[in-house]
Write a protein that binds this ligand. Structure first.
Ligand SMILES: [Zn+2]
Length: 99
């Protein structure tokens, strides 16, 4: 498991979800990839945002499709992020990237 100190050295950590992804249908065809980005804001805190390969309105705050007003991004601690990382081990189509 990545230790807290190591995680805190990254600027951002991204969970990449390609489980439903198909490169021929990844924009409007229903086979999208999804990304959850944890951005390091210091003090052991991370801002959570969401993205997708789909070309439809998508809320980066709550990670669902549709146009609506969301303004408060979730914030998690490094401990919570560490738990997320260990709960979702890397596979061929689901993996974490670190910057
Ligand atoms: Zn939202």
């Amino acid at each position: 498991m990545l230790n807290i100190k190591k995680i805190n050295t990254y600027k951002s950590v991204v969970y990449n979800d390609y489980r439903q992804y198909d490169s021929n249908n990844c924009h409007t065809g229903g086979a999208y990839a999804f990304f959850t980005t944890f951005k390091n804001i210091g003090g052991g805190k991370w801002v959570v945002s969401y993205d997708t390969t789909a070309e439809f309105p998508f809320c980066p705050v709550c990670g669902i499709f549709g146009e609506h007003d969301c303004s408060d991004y979730d914030i998690v601690t490094t401990e919570e992020l560490q738990k997320e990382i260990s709960a979702k081990p890397d596979t061929d189509d689901e993996y974490w990237t670190y910057e």
